[in-house]
Design a protein around this ligand. Structure first.
Ligand code: CMC
Length: 395
């Protein structure tokens, strides 16, 4: 029934056109709307980056103030959401909670669920960007058995997230500007990454005409996996395991396991489908990591030392050199998040928070494209030829 190109894992198929993010994997270059990630990370904050990804241009001061105000107008979630959370076990994985909460938003905001209506898409975009930090912090507070903290709109996007995470009704959280800036940078570095698995999921899901909240929930679900956003959690667990085995002294032994194809052990936070050179986000993340550890007096952090030792060995080892495996964004992000006080189980939820703007920008681009159709891959059928059903007694 027809001839189709067979390309498992989309190794050589462009599933869409896009004008948002550009990656040159051989050079290790990443541009959002033409702007190098290195410049955005230093000269802009996350609100400017969101504006850039959504609307295609960096705002001036007035435009930024206006956009920020539109976002902060929507930082609270419906008061009912806390009862939805109560249905979860306290030890539920935050990504299980996030998949549920984000999908559930569609039941609260009926005035922004028509994906084909540009006004609905606009307001749901703002709502999602505004509410993600609130939901992630709620997932954390629930697991910690602490009361939820309402957002504070006079704080920055990152500062407000830290307030909702770490303040309690009895004690204010004083935001350390170095950490606030580092968290904001983590958000910028994760904001978009063209047609990765979760973004492609959001596009495919949205292409059926479902509502924007449901499409983003699908992205959250896909991001959870350890080959994708779950790698930051898996990487930190790996570092802790090596540390327990004996730390830097055991790095060679661990690397031998990684290189043994039968072991099933991977060096988490290494390798990328597109980057065959250093992931520029990993470079920035490593710098941020150093800054944060220094400002907290943790410059001798054993996990950071361990990560540096692993990286050094890997970059000189034939196995990694031949396969062009370099650290990716997840290699150092866990160490930064852990230093900030974010628990390991929440790392991927923080990634989801930051990637939400990219997902929405890509969804908007797709729906706005006059050529867009429902995504419907074909298959090469490998099953049985036609056969007849025997009566049950004769099978
Ligand atoms: N450790 C050991 N070997 C590896 C690794 C690794 N982390 N990554 C790739 N390889 C090997 C792989 O076994 C294969 O070897 P061979 O050619 O002998 O069969 C070769 O390198 C090519 O890898 P691949 O699996 O064919 O490449 P892919 O493009 O299908 O997968 C990847 C890319 C990111 C899923 C993979 O590198 C991986 O699993 N890395 C670890 C998980 C990780 O860090 N993921 C985060 C990705 S970046 C941001 C994000 O999405 O969060």
């Amino acid at each position: 029934t027809g001839m189709f190109t067979y390309d498992p894992g989309f190794l050589s198929t462009a599933a869409t056109q896009s004008a948002i993010t550009y990656i040159d994997g051989d050079k290790g270059e990443l541009l959002y709307r033409g702007y190098p990630i290195e410049q955005l990370a230093v000269n802009c904050d996350f609100m400017e980056t969101c504006h850039l990804l959504l609307y295609g241009n960096l705002p001036n001061a007035a435009g930024k103030a206006d956009f920020t105000k539109r976002v902060t107008n929507h930082t609270m979630v419906n008061e009912q959401m806390q009862f939805f959370l109560r249905g979860f076990r306290r030890d539920a994985h935050p990504m299980a909670i996030m998949t549920g909460l984000v999908g559930a938003l569609s039941a609260f905001y009926h005035d922004s669920t028509d994906i084909n209506n540009p006004e609905h898409r606009e307001i749901s975009a703002i709502r999602l960007i505004a509410k993600m930090p609130t939901l992630v912090a709620m997932a954390y507070k629930y697991s910690a058995g602490q009361p939820y903290m309402y957002p504070k709109n006079n704080l920055s996007y990152a500062g407000n997230f830290m307030h909702m995470m770490f303040a309690t009704p009895c004690e204010e959280y004083v935001v350390n500007p170095v950490i606030e800036r580092a968290l904001d940078r983590i958000f910028i570095l994760h904001a978009d990454h063209e047609q990765n698995a979760s973004t492609s999921t959001v596009r495919l899901c949205g292409s059926s005409g479902t509502n924007p909240f449901a499409a983003i929930a699908a992205g959250v679900a896909c991001l959870w996996g350890p080959a994708h956003g779950g790698a930051n959690e898996a990487c930190l667990n790996m570092l802790e395991d090596i540390q327990k085995m004996g730390g830097v002294a055991k790095v060679g032994e661990f690397m031998n396991q990684v290189k043994d194809k039968n072991s099933g052990v991977k060096l988490m936070g290494f390798g990328h489908r597109v980057y065959k050179n250093y992931d520029p986000r990993a470079k920035l993340m490593q710098e941020t990591c150093k800054e944060v550890l220094l400002s907290l007096g943790l410059e001798n952090d054993p996990l950071f030392k361990l990560a540096m030792a692993l990286e050094k060995i890997a970059l000189e080892d034939d196995y990694f050199v031949q396969r062009k495996l370099y650290p990716n964004v997840d290699f150092y992000s866990g160490i930064v998040q852990r230093a900030i006080g974010i628990p390991v189980g929440l790392f991927t939820a923080v990634f989801a928070l930051a990637r939400t703007v990219g997902w929405i920008a890509q969804l908007n681009e797709m729906i706005g494209d006059p050529e867009y159709k429902i995504g419907r891959p074909r298959q090469l059928f490998t099953g049985s030829v036609r056969r007849d059903v025997l009566p049950i007694a004769q099978r």
